[in-house]
Design a protein around this ligand. Structure first.
Ligand code: KG4
Ligand code: ZN
Length: 349
């Protein structure tokens, strides 16, 4: 088992990648549907499924291009089977099964979040244990303790919105479009957080010290918008022009919001580091692209004298290389799924 094809279609990215020995990505193809969903302010499941169907054959073909023998050079196939949108997952899973059957190679289903955990593997290699994993995306904000390979214990999760969802909702309220993370991040860098103080403190949830909550922050932002009469940007501005056209009031609010999200995430992680004494922290998920969070994680690593691995941005948002890497680890220890594997929209790790 050396060369694994990964396929990922759980949300709005059709992705395929070929990874050798679990850590060298020969290809990493991502066809994003983002612009199609932008008009609706979020991902529309029916549109996502149809787009995956349109894109999957071409995306997979491009992913195997670097192999001399093409499809025959594959030793195994790994595919996301949950969590995610059921119709979207079904496209990748059906394609993976058909391909594995045709080629006569083993296939394995991968949990999307386990994939995100493997996204640092390409630059950093295998993990030391015990480890903590912080996964922060549009659908998840989860903290795991990993005592040994594959022994995932979820010690914290969000009680309400995921961090990426908080970004997306705040951006929508300010007329900044979808997805909200990248644009708010850009505006935050040009803003003064102290000029838009929010009445907010990162929550400490009784008996759940590693859980997250972003609903209080959402309320604080709403209150600020109302009290200071921050007007959303008018509709119709091209996404590339938004950051130039946003007034200081929105930049400052973005900076203040970002500081609050980062403090919440890093505060919980620091508490868990103090309690679990991990040898390593791995991170992943779209929000880990955030420049404020990356800086805060670097500061925390320095302060605690611990290694915190942050993936390259191309492996941070949804991709299939991370699925191939996680799948390789499972295939290499003999795990297989059979043809009865079904999409699992609410799969637990
Ligand atoms: O991991 P991902 O690509 O998909 C999910 O599995 O959800 O994450 C997408 C999320 C979106 O909510 C997006 O707004 C957020 O990641 N995101 C960011 C940044 N880039 C993407 N959030 C904050 N700052 C960023 N720079
Ligand atoms: Zn994801």
């Amino acid at each position: 088992m050396r060369t694994v094809l990964g396929i990922e279609t759980s949300c709005d990215e059709t992705a395929a990648a070929v990874v050798v020995d679990g850590r060298s990505a020969l290809s990493n193809i991502v066809a994003s549907q983002m612009t199609l969903h932008q008009a609706y302010g979020g991902v529309v499941p029916e549109i996502a499924s149809r787009q995956h169907l349109d894109a999957i054959a071409d995306v997979v073909a491009r992913a195997v291009e670097p192999l001399d023998d093409g499809f025959r050079g594959l030793d195994g196939i790994a595919v996301t089977y949950g969590p995610g949108l059921v119709g979207a997952l079904l496209v990748g899973l059906s394609y993976a099964k058909a391909l594995a059957l045709t080629l006569g190679v083993p296939f394995v289903g991968v949990h999307h979040i386990e994939g995100h955990m493997f996204s640092t593997t390409f630059e950093y290699g295998a993990w030391d244990y015990p480890a903590l994993a912080l996964i922060v995306s549009g659908g998840h904000t989860d903290l795991f303790h990993i005592a040994a390979p594959f022994a995932y214990e979820r010690i914290g999760h969000t009680r309400d919105d995921a961090a990426g969802e908080a970004y997306d909702k705040t951006a929508r309220r300010l007329g900044l479009g979808y997805p909200g993370g990248p644009i708010l991040d850009r505006l935050a860098r040009a803003g003064q957080p102290d000029h838009a103080p929010l009445v907010y403190r990162p929550p400490l949830i009784p008996d759940a010290p590693y859980d997250f909550s972003f609903s209080g922050l959402k309320t604080a932002v709403l209150r600020y918008i109302r009290e200071h009469q921050v007007a959303p940007l008018p509709e119709g501005i091209h996404p590339e022009d938004i950051s130039a056209q946003a007034p200081d009031s929105i930049r400052n609010l973005a900076a203040s919001f970002q500081r609050a999200v980062v403090n919440t995430l890093v505060g919980v992680l620091e508490r868990a580091i103090d309690a679990y004494h991990p040898r390593l922290v791995v991170t992943g998920g779209g929000v880990v692209c955030n420049t404020g969070l990356r800086q805060a994680l670097a500061d925390l690593a320095h302060r605690k004298g611990i290694e915190i691995r942050v993936p390259h941005p191309k492996y941070t948002t949804d991709n299939a290389a991370m699925i191939a890497a996680a799948g390789y680890a499972r295939l290499a220890r003999g795990e297989r799924h059979d043809w009865s594997l079904e999409p699992a929209p609410s799969l637990r790790l």
